[in-house]
Design a protein around this ligand. Structure first.
Ligand code: ADP
Ligand code: MG
Length: 231
């Protein structure tokens, strides 16, 4: 499988010039291959969010290299990088990040509007049907339950058809039933060729991944492939 994003000997230091520099990631190397489903685990403060933000190109690294489709990101122009993000990357957050002044439907189509794209009604209908949110379209986010809100947020990501989805503790505000529902949706997307990089501190949630990676104090402690683990 093709490597989409690759980091080599990545080091991230927050506030490097201050009296309290914080080494958040220490020489981490990792390939994200097409079709992967990686669950990044580790306790609070181990560097999970930092790693996710650097892989998804929304934060800069301090030392090391980052490649996207084989291209060194620091040799890409800002326009090229922005284009890569817009065309390839989707995010799902712990707190859903829905706008309370917009209806569910308006929230879902917002990224299309921002990108100046036309809504494909058939595609839209299929997405809301798959996510079982078809009867919520005229409601506002504050009228939705946590599980419904997260599925609306997933729909908002899916209308853009990202090749890779980054999710940081997406089940952090969900009960176990809705957590499993969300992970089942992500697994189905993965089976249909969406690459997934998920951060969680919950081993049950991580067990949906094909690869489980444990961070400890800013380093990779272990990597477990699920099919090997179950043999
Ligand atoms: P996790 O997501 O695993 O809880 P983070 O990646 O958020 O861990 O944080 C890793 C370490 O870096 C922690 O010690 C955290 O306090 C520190 N850190 C995170 N963000 C910043 C920041 N913006 N400035 C300074 N330190 C930070
Ligand atoms: Mg975090």
């Amino acid at each position: 499988m093709e490597t989409i994003i690759k980091i080599e000997s990545l080091t991230k230091i927050y506030n490097p010039l201050s009296l309290n520099p914080k080494l958040a990631l220490d020489q981490v190397s990792l390939d994200v291959k097409e079709g992967e489903f990686i669950a990044i685990m580790g306790k609070s403060g181990s560097g999970k969010t930092t790693l996710l933000n650097i892989l998804s190109t929304i934060d800069d690294l301090t030392k090391g290299k980052l490649f996207i489709y084989g291209k060194n990101i620091y040799e890409m122009s800002e326009t090229e990088r922005a284009h890569f993000r817009k065309e390839n990357i989707g995010f799902i957050f712990q707190n859903f990040n829905l706008l309370d002044t917009l209806t569910v439907k308006e929230n879902i189509i917002l990224p299309l509007k921002l990108a100046g794209k036309i809504i494909d009604e058939e595609d839209f209908k299929q997405i809301i049907k798959d996510l079982e949110i078809d009867d919520l379209l005229d409601k506002y986010p504050f009228e939705c339950s946590g599980g419904q809100s997260q599925r609306v947020a997933v729909a908002r990501t899916l209308v853009m058809h990202p090749k890779i989805i980054f999710a940081d503790e997406p089940t952090g505000n969900l009960d176990s039933k809705n957590s499993h529902k969300l992970l089942t949706i992500l697994s189905h997307l993965n089976q249909r060729d969406t690459t997934i990089v998920l951060v969680t501190h919950d081993p049950m949630i991580a067990s949906y991944g094909k690869t489980m990676m444990y961070l400890y104090d800013g380093g990779i402690k272990s990597v477990v492939q699920r099919n090997q683990a179950t043999q």
